[in-house]
Design a binder for this molecule. Structure first.
Ligand code: PLP
Length: 320
């Protein structure tokens, strides 16, 4: 199940009219604290507030005429659904987004406002998945996986190409990890250019599906729990085809962070950079603040993967 790095270059060309070429900015306070050069890739500046627009746009632009007419269906913890809804609207393709009741209201509203047909089913990603499978089988909609899809992985990998352009000295990248499409794509792009770049995945202690699957050597189911990092929830799919082997091959290290550490990282980024991150995007900072990763003297990129945090949650975290 190989994805040639060339696919990522092609994806970059394909999606560039539709996604933001995001800036890379220095995290001054964190760089001082860690005695390293730490730079942040601001995927928060995508029109949907998260990087998932890249993969979704690439997948939709790759549909053939017949598939475009049928429309697409996605299961999502929020950001993928929003990316698919946005890209589908942009390309004039129908989109149905299946969400579990754990998806925060702000994300549900954002998806609806993009004109997608939203279905809220059950209390887990897996239950939402059942409805998406039914739509695929009975109504012929084309499924777009949030991570386990070569076009999605290639789309997310375009972040890696931009990092190489903006930060050629890079020797360590710290990436939020859930299904592994983001880190898989970035690692493919970076390791093809320079195999020595250290690729670190960070996820939350509450239901770390990929980390447990790596330990088991096969996809394992996880109990979905509430987390500040809601966009990192859900399993990797028992039928996982691409991302588990990509992560096994290309990711050098994985780390877990607690809810408190994620909250503190959101607070720290707000205080020191005046930027808002959602929990899923703050896990890299959390790992550095908790000294779970030694980066002294290195050139580090952190992926600020999204900013779609509910206002109520943000207030609670900042007041804590
Ligand atoms: C989806 C998501 C991730 C994780 O991406 P995967 O490809 O599932 O590993 C990280 N951060 C945010 C904000 C996300 O929406």
């Amino acid at each position: 199940m190989n994805i040639p790095p060339l696919e990522i270059y092609q994806a970059k060309k394909r999606i560039s009219p539709y996604v933001t070429r995001t800036p890379l900015v220095r995290a001054h306070a964190l760089s001082d604290l860690c005695e390293a050069e730490i730079w942040c890739k601001l995927e928060t500046m995508q029109p949907t507030g998260a990087f998932k627009l890249r993969g979704a746009t690439n997948a939709i632009l790759r549909l053939n005429e017949d598939q475009r007419k049928r429309g697409v269906v996605a299961v999502s913890t929020g950001n993928h659904g929003r990316g698919v809804a946005y890209a589908a609207r942009e390309q004039g393709v129908r989109a149905v987004i299946c969400l579990s009741s754990l998806v925060p209201e702000n994300k549900v509203e954002a998806i609806k406002s993009l004109g997608a047909d939203v279905r809220i089913v059950g209390n887990s990603q897996d239950e939402a998945e059942i409805e998406a499978n039914r739509l695929t089988e009975e109504e012929g909609l084309i499924p777009i996986s949030p991570f386990d899809h070569p076009d999605v992985i290639a789309g997310q990998g375009t972040i890696g190409l931009e990092l190489l352009e903006d930060f050629p000295e890079l020797n360590c990248v710290v990436v939020p990890l859930s299904g592994g499409g983001l880190i898989g794509g970035i690692a493919l792009a970076l390791k093809a250019a320079s195999p020595k770049i250290h690729v670190v995945g960070v996820t939350m202690e509450n239901g770390p599906a990929m980390v447990l699957s790596l330990e088991a050597g096969k996809p394992v189911e996880v109990e979905e729990e509430e987390s500040l990092a809601d966009s990192l929830g859900g399993g990797i799919g028992l039928e996982n085809r691409y991302t588990l082997s990509l992560v096994q091959e290309l990711v050098d290290e994985t780390l877990l962070v607690s809810e408190d550490e994620i909250g503190q990282a959101i607070q720290y980024v707000f205080e020191t950079q005046r930027m808002v991150l959602e929990g899923g995007a703050a896990v890299g900072t959390a790992a550095l603040l908790a000294k779970k990763l030694e980066v002294q003297g290195q050139n580090v990129a952190l992926i600020y993967s999204g900013n779609n945090i509910a206002e109520k949650t943000l207030r609670k975290v900042l007041d804590a």
